[in-house]
Design a protein around this ligand. Structure first.
Ligand SMILES: [Zn+2]
Length: 563
């Protein structure tokens, strides 16, 4: 069946509430563990229906934000989210109080019980109204940024559409297009500040209402983190400052030589004088190449990608009205993932076919896990699959980049390493924001600039006045949409670099470790998944040092001027 043929409907809150009350009665009166298990399966099926329809509604709107019907469906699902949490809360409570908790754990794994406990700690009917307000604010951010119409060289572009100009080989094009971008942000920064200010204060209120000091602990639990806390993450950020920031400084100095420039400014975010590597061929051609690649990589990936193509489970090319960005979503009822992106003729298009496809492949591999909540892991684990797939597909990069292949690889490795301090900066910023929920927008910008000095000391915005004033973080959607979801990329990158090293040294073993990790889905928490994949835990003191050593060895072996 193709995506367009999948059945969609609205789930009714009242019907769901009655259904869930019935489930709870069955649980409470059940006299055997088997009856308990049947209820758990029934609720899981209900969750699959609900999650699938909600995901479809959200996706359809992302595909065309001007489609009024799609908008109405998305708004419907947004509006019932907190009510549905309330419906499920009574079930979670019944599971949490079940006399068969030990048996449930033995049968389904500890993770399920942990998930139930965590969702009880992150929700209470008394914050329902605030959760609805949070959704409204989030949607305001999406609407504002997705609706950006930026005049550049006589044409109108959305933010994603400006991307190719930002990486033009002509310095003036890069500079001017960034000016156009930041002019838009400058004009809208008061509204962006207002949205953020409201959302931070709202999250703080929810946290205190639930009995927490501030939003930090609640934020961690909302990310499903049961096995590490802010102290572990703070230590990891320190590892980044110690081991990665100095290497990034070296790369920055190297870049001056490569580009033949005396100073490197923010808008010089290209890697080569001739411009960045570009994929060769039309989007259709690139997808054909990807299909061949996945068939050659392994039986499993071949079957997976054929399914994505045959069932129209990808919407890849940028067009007006499409929400910016790229993501992978899923429809658990149908056991299918879906990839959304905005191809814009940059090397990013190929990253979609490897990174987002890595997410989708993991979902596909874990689709038969017994519970819906076991199909996706928490985000820091999910990004391991996607970022590692970017490396496992290296041997096929020449079919996309031809003569630009080596350049792409250099950019990939140098870029992935340079990303770590940025990721840590975004994370550190968010911790500070939620520890200080009452500061002014100007103080937030000031803090951002201070943190840039620690994590991104070589950044120079030249005459771009908006980022100079400290507001650049407003373009980072995660900061608004998914608090504390960002360090995940750096933890996962640290693991993906390890897979890269292994895939070169012991390729068969590396792939088997990867496959095992994908199939495990979210049945285990992050630290356990890392162990299962035979990787070193990023929180360990020397983990990053040894990872960075491998990366710098590779980078040192390349003369970028010869690329
Ligand atoms: Zn990802």
């Amino acid at each position: 069946m193709k995506y367009s043929e999948l059945h969609y409907e609205r789930i009714d809150v009242d019907v769901s509430r009655k259904l869930m009350q019935g489930m709870v009665e069955r649980l409470n009166s059940a006299s055997t563990f088997d009856e308990h298990l049947k209820v758990i399966k029934n609720v899981d099926q209900f969750n699959r229906d609900y999650a699938s329809y909600a995901a479809m509604a959200s996706l359809n709107f992302s595909r065309d934000i001007h489609d009024e019907d799609a908008k109405a469906e998305k708004e419907y699902y947004d509006s019932i989210g907190p009510d549905m949490m309330e419906c499920l809360e009574i079930y979670d409570k019944a599971i949490n109080n079940s006399k068969y908790k030990v048996e449930i754990s033995n049968k389904l794994g500890e993770t399920f019980i942990k998930q139930v406990e965590m969702s009880l700690k992150t929700f209470d009917p008394k914050i329902k109204k605030m959760l609805k307000e949070e959704t409204v604010l989030r949607n305001r951010y999406t609407k504002l940024t997705a609706g950006a119409q930026i005049n550049y060289k006589g044409n109108k572009y959305n933010l994603a559409g400006l991307g190719p100009f930002h990486s033009s080989r002509e310095r003036s094009v890069r500079r001017n297009s960034y000016h156009a971008r930041f002019d838009w942000f400058s004009k809208n920064s008061a509204e962006l500040d207002e949205i953020y200010d409201n959302i931070v204060k709202l999250r703080h209120r929810m946290a205190t209402e639930l009995g927490y000091k501030n939003f930090v602990q609640l934020g961690y639990m909302r990310m499903g983190r049961s096995d590490y806390g802010p102290e572990d993450v703070a230590k990891f950020r320190k590892q980044i400052v110690k081991n990665v920031v100095p290497v990034v400084k070296t790369l920055h100095a190297k870049k001056k030589v490569i580009l033949g420039l005396d100073s490197i400014y923010f808008y010089d975010n290209i890697n080569f004088k001739e411009g960045d590597p570009k994929p060769k061929g039309t989007p259709e051609h690139l997808v054909e190449q990807a299909q061949r690649m996945y068939r050659e990589l392994s039986t499993e990936t071949g079957e997976f990608f054929d399914l994505m193509v045959n069932e129209d489970l990808m919407d890849l090319v940028n067009r007006n009205g499409k929400r910016p960005g790229g993501f992978c979503t899923s429809f658990p009822k149908y056991k299918r993932p879906y990839i959304f992106s905005n191809f814009n003729s940059t090397d990013h298009d190929i990253t979609v076919l490897t990174h987002e496809a890595g997410h989708a492949f993991q979902y596909y591999s874990a689709r038969n896990q017994p519970l819906m909540s076991y199909c996706w892991p928490t985000m820091e684990s999910a990004e391991i699959h996607s970022m590692s797939m970017e490396f496992f597909t290296w041997p096929w990069m020449d079919s996309f980049f031809k003569e630009d292949t080596e350049r792409f690889k250099y950019k990939h490795v140098a870029g992935s390493l340079s990303f770590l301090p940025y990721g840590a900066c975004v994370d550190h910023f968010q911790h500070w924001v939620y520890e200080n929920p009452n500061v002014s927008p100007a103080e937030r910008n000031e803090k951002w600039l201070q943190l840039e000095k620690v994590y991104l000391p070589t950044r120079d915005y030249a005459d771009l006045s908006f980022p100079r004033s400290g507001g650049i973080w407003q373009g980072q959607s995660h900061i608004y949409q998914s608090p504390f979801y960002y360090i995940d990329y750096t933890l996962a990158q640290t693991c993906a670099f390890q897979f890269w090293k292994k895939s070169e040294q012991t390729p068969v073993e590396a792939w088997n470790d990867y496959l095992r990790l994908c199939k495990a889905g979210g049945s285990l928490p992050f630290t356990k998944l890392v162990e299962l994949a035979n990787l070193e835990l990023p929180f360990n003191d020397n983990c990053l040092a040894s990872v960075v050593k491998h990366v710098t060895n590779w980078l040192d072996g390349i003369d970028p001027q010869k690329l």
